[in-house]
Design a protein around this ligand. Sequence first.
Ligand SMILES: [Fe+2]
Length: 316
Amino acid sequence: MAGYALNYLALAAREVEPVCRFLGESLGLPRADIVVQGRTIPFFGIGQAGLAVFDAEDAYLEEPRYPGVHHMALGATEPAACAARHSLPVTSAGAGPDGKRFVVIDPAATVGIRTRFIEPLPIPANAGAAYKIDHLGIATNDNDGTVRVFTNNLGCPIQSTQTDIEIRNVTESFISDKYGAVYHARPPQILGGLRDVFITIGDCELELLMDYDPRMKPKDQLGEQEGNTKGDQSAIAKFVARRGPGLAHVAFATRNIDALLPKLAADGWRMIDVVGRPGGRGSKIGFVHPANFGGGLLMHFVEPQVDGGYGTRQTD
Ligand SMILES: [Fe+2]
């Protein structure tokens, strides 16, 4: 296989218990805890990767520590040699989960994406409503630099690219009781958008999310709300401004999002979406509210476009 595969994703939570209840009980992911520096850490299998749930203050997580997606660990049988082979500077090394050797790569060398190489941990067999990680959302201001690291250097292939734009169309009408109606359409106005690149890391992708055009800000606030393209652009820009580029969210693949989202709401989880809306790569997506987990940890679901067709679809 080309490149490297995600072995586990480290989630940092203000409240660990609800994250475990969400992953284990509501999504039905199998749990096989790991031991890190003498502490038992909840560990769930999803597809070919694991989700390790840490307290946001856990000492295994290098600083700065804050709730969210903390780091990703790529599998490598010889972590230190692997980093050296790719000329990636290492800031620390040690024995991590279940004694597996790991190295921490300097985030300055990976455009802010906190990355480790680790001797692969075994992943619990799993199948269910969330059958794999679909992607890791990366807030960035440098798609090209990120591609140079993960594709040119590490050999992880580009899966696809995409540009999302929110456009405002204004039409004026001049309606006379005597001369009839004249309609004048103004040129479409771009409110904002994102440039996306998807890079494959095992059975999921990194989704790079970059401002369509940073020069356009501050821009008309019209149309900006949680859950649309303009709102997404604004959220990415704010993330980069606050924390710098890096891991912003995790998305899980499901086969029927319009069944899963209401089920999660019925389980008592606060949802941003209870109906799937248009997402990247022809998919439908729906977000879970971070408040369920004490804030900061953003997760969403994706129902991928199964036929992989290339064409035009109209959505509501
Ligand atoms: Fe996403």
